[in-house]
Design a protein around this ligand. Sequence first.
Ligand SMILES: NC(=O)c1ccc[n+]([C@@H]2O[C@H](COP(=O)([O-])OP(=O)(O)OC[C@H]3O[C@@H](n4cnc5c(N)ncnc54)[C@H](O)[C@@H]3O)[C@@H](O)[C@H]2O)c1
Length: 422
Amino acid sequence: MKVIICGLGYVGVTAAACLIKDGHHVVGVDVNEVKVADVGAGRSPVSEPGVGQLLAQGVSEDRLETATSAADHLATSDIVLICVGTPSDASGNLELGYIMAVTQEIGETLAAMPIREEAPLIVFRSTMPPGTMENKIIPTLTELAGAPGERYEIAFNPEFLRESTAIEDYYAPAKIVIGEREPGISQELRGLYAGIDAPIFEMPFTAAEMVKLTDNSFHALKVAFGNEIGRLALDLSVDPQHVIDAFLADTRLNISPAYFRPGGPFGGSCLPKDLRAVNALASSRGIQIPVIASALPSNAAHKTFLAERVMSEAVPGTTILLLGLSFKSDTDDLRESPLIDLAETLLGKGYDLRIYDPDLKGRTLVGANLRFVEEHLPHLSRLLVEDVSDVVDPALVVIGKPMKAVTETLDPAVPVINLALL
Ligand SMILES: NC(=O)c1ccc[n+]([C@@H]2O[C@H](COP(=O)([O-])OP(=O)(O)OC[C@H]3O[C@@H](n4cnc5c(N)ncnc54)[C@H](O)[C@@H]3O)[C@@H](O)[C@H]2O)c1
């Protein structure tokens, strides 16, 4: 295939090198003439292991051209990979000036080209804020060259490589993410990655844009979290590596999909209590742990979000059936259950709340569990129902924890909010 690469930075030259290795013909485009001259001479403009040799191979085999504009090559190319920079602007947003300049140029060139049977695929690889494809790039291209589908096709394919191991990462990515307008429409891109063994995730543009920022947010979060634990450990004369090694060894609950599902807030008798303890410990020793300290306020914000979502679906005074009250299935522990917070909020706002929880059926609450309920929901016994059919004409059902056998019996006409699915 003939592939144009716009932007000869770390991402662009790595793609150029790997595509040359894979036998493609590459046109490297950059507005920076020094970079264009370097690449044209088979030299890497950035320090990245292995890239220079492959660019040199491209030059010697006549499969690498360079230019300061894509315009002269678009009519004869199959794919354009846009890898220009998206640095931070003064307010922290990603600067889209370079992306939009390339988009404008490509749109104008497409408009002036005859329609081809095999329309070129324009692939955006730069990191962009969610919504950029839908709200900026597609409208710009559509205005200049018509909607995608006739003169061109379009895709978003975020790059996940790391500098210094870029070629290695290109050939062994953890995943390939393709944002597109219809599932499977950008087949040429799959062709480009044919030799790479990685799961492909196809999704709408905005979701794909969000995946990239989610990944980088999490990587940063991991570094910050590890360093906070490290600072606290050092202050306690504990070897941070001992703590982290034991932490990492738990691939069931720590480094795993466990707890990783957008849905309910955390609660129960341990997490809130022990987070407060870590915060108190750090603060008593003058250790800053802003990431860990932010977990409780973040959880509180999430409880507010869920309560507002529920209240937006039913007006005060109407009956809401809440399925579940304890903090998770198969336990009657109500201490710091987020569903207790939700129940308190709904009662406070004047809803007629009814609660069904099979885990509380026939249970006599005792000890700290009982004390917690007496403090937060003193009239619990009046709210609990023995069976969901005891609740006549609820305006809304809220699924607080999974209860498939029960939810299947509900009147389908009654609106349902499943908190586990946000
Ligand atoms: N560097 C990384 O490790 C990495 C990894 C994954 C994703 N990304 C993302 O990929 C994108 C590119 O990153 P990078 O590090 O390669 O950037 P970079 O700054 O190294 O290179 C960007 C290149 O684009 C060129 N450019 C600007 N306007 C242009 C135009 N109109 N036409 C052609 N070229 C133009 C610049 O001259 C520059 O050479 C960014 O959005 C970045 O966030 C980077």
